[in-house]
Design a protein around this ligand. Structure first.
Ligand code: IPE
Ligand code: IPE
Ligand code: MG
Length: 251
């Protein structure tokens, strides 16, 4: 078997699930509500899914909360999203701590207000010793940024002789990316019927299973999540091998 593949890669239970939480705006429109009401309903959906994941033994849940491209939205929507982000973090950190959930953020946080950055640091600090679910929030994140940022950090290490340029391989490079210490991504879910990645995890989706559903994010609950997990379990992940090789590996 290819050396980097371990038996657990073939087991039907995902360790790491990521979600592009899309469709808040369309949900609000359907209800004849302002877009921000859709984002508020989206935050409630986040809470339901985060609380559901530990029951399924999922180790890491990565959520796309705000992309680098989302700064281009109308300024009222961006500020409303920032307020919601701040408010949710402020009110939910204690509950995460109690539920043994560790929160982390990926993305360039320098773009956020000092107040929001402080709240993010505080949430990470308060939950850092929790060893239940790891909840990763992608904020001001994009996949290309992650890769370019890794290249920059690696170059710095090469210049300071902390990294050997001749030893750079896939594994060595990946160590500079976000989430390099976490299990590989197994399943990527996108809601709202869009069938694209929108510059989310690019390197990390290499062998992830992709799952698209028409459900809008505020309507995506534990039952819909279970359906995605069930579909994942029915998929045959081959990682480039043949079915015969996989059957041999199972026995
Ligand atoms: C996803 O919902 C949330 C964010 C991007 C912050 P949208 O706001 O993109 O919802 P639609 O796509 O307009 O319906
Ligand atoms: C992706 O959704 C970003 C988040 C869910 C945070 P978008 O709604 O921004 O993606 P596009 O514009 O449809 O590609
Ligand atoms: Mg959208």
């Amino acid at each position: 078997m290819v050396s980097h593949l371990r038996p657990e890669h073939f087991i039907g239970k995902p360790r790491h699930v990521a979600i592009v939480m899309d469709g808040n705006g369309r949900w609000a429109m359907q209800q004849q509500l302002p877009r921000i009401a859709g984002h508020e309903a989206g935050a409630k959906a986040v809470k339901r899914i985060v609380e559901h994941c530990p029951k399924l033994g999922i180790e890491v849940l990565t959520l796309f909360a705000f992309s680098r491209e989302n700064w281009g939205r109308p300024s009222e929507e961006v500020s409303a999203l920032m307020r919601l982000f701040l408010h949710t973090l402020h009110t939910e950190t204690e509950s995460l701590r109690e539920k043994n959930i560790q929160i982390r953020f990926i993305g360039d946080r320098k773009a956020f207000s000092v107040e929001l950055q402080a709240e993010m640091r505080q949430a990470e600090r308060v939950t850092k010793d929790n060893d239940g679910l790891i909840l990763v929030i992608a904020a001001n994140y994009s996949g290309r940024w992650d890769i370019a940022n890794a290249a920059m950090k690696l170059s710095k290490d090469v210049l300071s002789n902390e990294a050997d340029i001749t030893a750079i391989d896939e594994e060595g490079f990946a160590a500079y990316l976000s989430m390099s210490d976490l299990p590989e991504l197994d399943l990527l879910i996108r809601t709202s019927g869009e069938v694209r990645i929108s510059n989310f995890l690019l390197w990390q989706i290499a062998y992830a299973e992709l799952y698209f559903t028409d459900i809008l994010w505020p309507d995506f609950g534990p039952a819909e999540f279970d359906q995605a997990i069930q579909e994942f379990a029915s998929r045959k992940r081959r990682f480039g091998l043949t079915n015969e090789q996989l059957t041999q590996a199972e026995v």
